[in-house]
Design a protein around this ligand. Structure first.
Ligand code: NAD
Length: 262
């Protein structure tokens, strides 16, 4: 076995399966270890050539260069703590982290190189740039609203990508998202607050993710849309990021730096 050694965290999840596939396709990377939740039915099985599925982060991190993690916030924080102890680079796309959990990611990134991105698709990150620039150019006359739909099993709402796009709009408009975000409208809401940034969430079926950003003006509107038909582009991006991250110094690297979009 040669190449940079990758630990896949959440190895049997929807994204974990895709990450393993794209690591197998990569010339410089190899799947060397795999973690899943305790009690997972495949625990102890050989899920890749020479790789036994485990639930012990400490053991799984012993002989790897980089971890790629798509799980749940609690698992991400626990595994990243162990990676910081072991000196292993960390790529994660887990969404739904609380403010405290994000602060812990930033603290752990003082000890190891980390990329945490709500969306590893190159085109969604370009869409973030478009959202920021459109908001900047359009100014006050256009109301920003987002729509997102994902598969029925998604655990967090709104999606990390919708929040990422809303953040880009807020930046373009020169304001703080937390002061303007509206994620629920029900009953006597009154008129739309000036400068609100709205997100509406739909869940159903097996949709891997769809986002539409509307800038609604008077008598006209712009719609910026991204539709995912598969999860390949997320996994491929995370694998590309892992290859980029290995060998770098500690720090929390933004995804647009990885993709040369900064
Ligand atoms: P999933 O439920 O299919 O997979 C998550 C896996 O993590 C499961 O197999 C689960 O058993 C495993 N897991 C839970 N606890 C664990 C632990 N302690 N240790 C190891 N593994 C553990 O979910 P998914 O659709 O693959 O999504 C996972 C995360 O990735 C979500 O937060 C989702 O929003 C996010 N996501 C991000 C991107 C992106 O580009 N950043 C793209 C798609 C999904």
């Amino acid at each position: 076995m040669s190449g940079r050694r990758v630990l896949v965290v959440g190895a049997c999840g929807r994204m974990g399966e895709q990450v393993r596939k794209w690591v197998r396709e990569h010339d410089e990377l190899v799947v060397a270890a795999a973690l899943e939740a305790e009690g997972h039915p495949l625990q102890g099985e050989e899920i890749e050539s020479g790789v036994i599925l485990s639930s012990d982060p400490k053991a799984a991190l012993l002989d790897v260069d980089v971890a790629i993690d798509f799980t749940i916030p609690r698992a991400t924080i626990e595994t990243m703590r162990a990676a910081a102890h072991a000196g292993v680079a960390y790529v994660t796309g887990t969404t739904g982290l609380s403010g405290d959990e994000k602060a812990e990611v930033a603290a752990l990134a003082k000890r190891i190189p980390v990329v945490h991105a709500a969306n590893f698709s190159v085109s969604v990150n370009v869409l973030g740039w478009l959202a920021r620039e459109a908001a900047r150019k359009l100014g006050d006359g256009f109301d920003a609203e987002l729509f997102e739909i994902h598969h029925a099993a998604k655990r967090d709402a709104p999606s990390g990508t919708a929040l990422f796009l809303a953040e880009a709009v807020a930046e373009g408009q020169g304001k703080t998202l937390a002061d303007h975000l509206v994620v629920e409208r029900v009953g006597e809401t009154g008129a739309r607050p000036n400068g609100a940034i709205g997100i509406q969430t739909l869940r159903g079926g097996d949709n891997p993710g769809e986002h539409t950003l509307y800038f609604v003006g008077v008598g006209e509107r712009i719609e910026l849309v991204h539709r995912s038909a598969t999860r390949d582009h997320f996994a491929k991006g995370a694998v590309r990021t892992a290859a980029w991250l290995v060998g770098r110094g500690p720090g929390l690297y933004p995804i647009d730096e990885v993709y040369g979009l900064a």
